[in-house]
Ligand binder design. Structure first.
Ligand code: 6GU
Length: 250
């Protein structure tokens, strides 16, 4: 997969040399190109921002340098192909695992990182942007960290990274459930013991326990996820009982 990022802070992308993304880069599974939007400013002060029409605090990213950066990227990518361009903005659709999986199936992504108080509206729904994404309901100073989140989330899904099979199809996180509790050595730590079942060697029982714990933790912490989870009829019955016990309506 090829990813081109357009940013005012190219150094932020050095982070991707570490860990899983670093491995993806070394393996050549991920081909990352970082472009400094400031290089596409035309004046000698390399100005990329400007004040908003209508007044108000803060500065906006001017459309010119961004548009030139994106036009440039299109010319350096693989011939005859068009990238899928993503604008990172708090206004975008909320990123989740399903969206990461969809992005991981693309062969060429462009990530556009907004800064300052945002970008000129004419860049939003435009020939330059196919999709707008946010990484959550809070405000960051810019889209760079969000772009790093996207790259790491996508990279770990690519074939060959993390020992993934060749198939890019990935399970949503554990069938839409939160992770079950895990333990490593030592067997006792600050008074907490590893559940005996995990030491028993009964793999079938361990698998069933893990699954039951995943359902229980998801019910307690993120009941909103259960609607989209893959549950057995028995698990659904269990949920009905828990909801009755906890005073729910259904
Ligand atoms: Cl993509 N950008 C900014 N500036 N803030 C965010 C975000 C993006 N996602 C969540 N907060």
């Amino acid at each position: 997969m090829r990813i081109d990022a357009a940013t005012l802070f190219p150094a932020a992308f050095d982070y991707l040399r570490l860990s899983v993304t670093g491995e993806a880069l070394r393996l050549g599974v991920l081909d990352l190109h970082v472009h400094d939007i400031r290089d596409f400013a035309l004046d000698r002060n390399k100005k990329v921002d400007d004040a908003p029409y209508g007044g108000g605090a803060g500065m906006l990213m001017a459309p010119g340098p961004v548009a030139r950066a994106l036009d440039h990227i299109r010319t350096v990518g693989p011939r005859g192909t068009a990238p899928h361009a993503v604008l990172l903005t708090p206004r975008g659709a909320r990123l989740d695992q399903a969206r990461l999986e969809a992005l991981a199936r693309r062969s060429w992504l462009v990530l556009l990182c907004a800064r300052y108080e945002g970008m000129d509206e004419r860049l939003h729904a435009s020939r330059f942007v196919d999709e707008e994404l946010s990484i959550g309901d809070y405000v960051l100073a810019g889209g760079d960290l969000a772009a790093l989140v996207v790259v790491e989330g996508v990279a770990r899904l690519l074939p060959g990274v993390l020992g993934n099979a060749e198939s890019p199809v990935q399970e949503s996180f554990h069938g839409g459930l939160l992770e079950y509790p895990q333990y490593t050595r030592p067997e006792e730590f600050e008074g907490g013991r590893v559940p005996r079942l995990l030491l028993s060697g009964h793999q079938g029982r361990i698998d069933r326990w893990r699954r039951a714990m995943a359902v229980k933790i998801t019910y307690r912490r993120r009941p909103d996820l259960l609607a989209g989870a893959e549950l057995t009829p028995e698990e659904k019955e269990r949920l009905v009982r828990w909801r009755e016990r906890d005073g729910g309506e259904d």
